[in-house]
Design a protein around this ligand. Structure first.
Ligand code: SD4
Length: 330
């Protein structure tokens, strides 16, 4: 083979392997440009309305999606009425409020904390892990010490209301975490900024009355949150164990890479979760909700069961939408 032909052959092969051949990046399928808007921010549940409002201030002034998703969820972390996030979150069965959070930016940088106690804003500690350490995730005492070293205050996060609920629970100590009914306010947020960059955040106190040390999906990149700025992002809420078993947000983003809209991708991921859990003891009460957002500002949400809603804010306003679902609660 002439050296020129050999060169051409290896260059073309190299392009195909790198996924750049004919402009298709990393196996992504070209879709028609979507009808979404930018900037846009979406977040799980009704508590996303107040969070979106804060995030929108950053987005509308041309700020970065990363700042928007951090500032947005901080509002909910500081809200004592929200029983599943930050201050006021329900404790584990020993009465300790332990928090999980993660954040991911448009360069695939990410940071995470799990089982963090006595710090009001785990999302900001997660961002510090991303920006100030060579690591992605810190847990427990190590996460706490790191937070303190970064200037975060020690605070008591157990409110009298949450403490009372815990004491009532202790009377029977019956552990049946029916997420979506008794503890459904975890917040996951995705934003697309005016420059077309996507970031995401997720923060929670996890399942109420959990075993001490239990970590859910929310601080796990690829489970509770995944962002790939070439394609889009996804966040999950609901039974974390089911989300972890299926890497649910990763597969949602990969479905979008294959050409599916965010709404279709979220639906396919939910169907996958249901297939995997068909004969699983978690299935009778299983609830998972997934939100997805793509680079065109299109978004969608889907859940296993009815009742999952999400908040959307773009130039059309800030509003609550019901997600599509596969099953009705009986
Ligand atoms: C967890 N996924 O810790 C969280 C809980 C949640 O709505 O999202 N509740 O499993």
């Amino acid at each position: 083979m002439s050296s020129r032909r050999k060169f051409l052959k290896t260059t073309v092969l190299g392009s195909v392997l790198a996924g750049t051949f004919s402009g298709v990046a990393n196996g992504a399928v070209r879709r028609k440009k979507g009808k979404g808007q930018k900037p846009v921010v979406i977040s799980t549940w009704r508590n996303g309305i107040q969070a979106n409002e804060e995030a929108w201030k950053t987005l509308i002034s041309g700020g970065r999606a990363l700042d928007a998703v951090e500032r947005g969820v901080m509002v909910v972390e500081a809200d004592p009425k929200d029983r599943s996030v930050g201050y006021g979150g329900r404790p584990d069965r020993d009465g300790n409020v332990t928090l999980d959070a993660c954040i991911m930016d448009e360069h695939s940088n990410c940071g995470s904390v799990a089982c963090l106690q006595n710090i009001m804003h785990p999302i900001s500690v997660a961002r510090k892990v991303m920006e100030e350490t060579p690591h992605v995730m810190l847990v427990g005492e190590g996460a706490y010490k790191f937070a303190r070293s970064q200037g975060f205050k020690k605070e008591n996060l157990l409110t009298p209301e949450s403490e009372k609920q815990w004491k009532d629970w202790l009377k029977k100590s019956n552990y049946k975490p029916v997420i979506n009914i008794e503890n459904h306010d975890t917040i996951g947020m995705l934003a697309l900024d005016a420059n077309g960059n996507i970031s995401g955040s997720c923060t929670t106190s996890g399942a109420a009355w959990k075993l001490p040390g239990r970590v859910g999906d929310s601080p796990l990149i690829g489970a509770g949150l995944f962002v790939d700025n070439e394609v889009g992002g996804a966040v999950a809420t609901g039974l974390g164990e089911a989300v972890i078993r299926t890497a649910a947000t990763t597969i949602t983003v990969e479905m979008m890479r294959q050409g599916h809209s965010p709404a279709q991708a979220a639906k396919l991921a939910i169907e996958r979760i249901m297939r995997v859990h068909k004969n699983h003891p978690d299935m009778p009460n299983l609830q998972v909700g997934i939100l997805a957002l793509n680079k065109d500002g299109e978004y969608g949400g889907h859940s296993v069961r009815s009742g999952f809603n999400f908040s959307v804010c773009n130039s059309d306003g800030n509003r609550l939408e019901d997600a599509k679902f596969r099953l009705k609660w009986n």
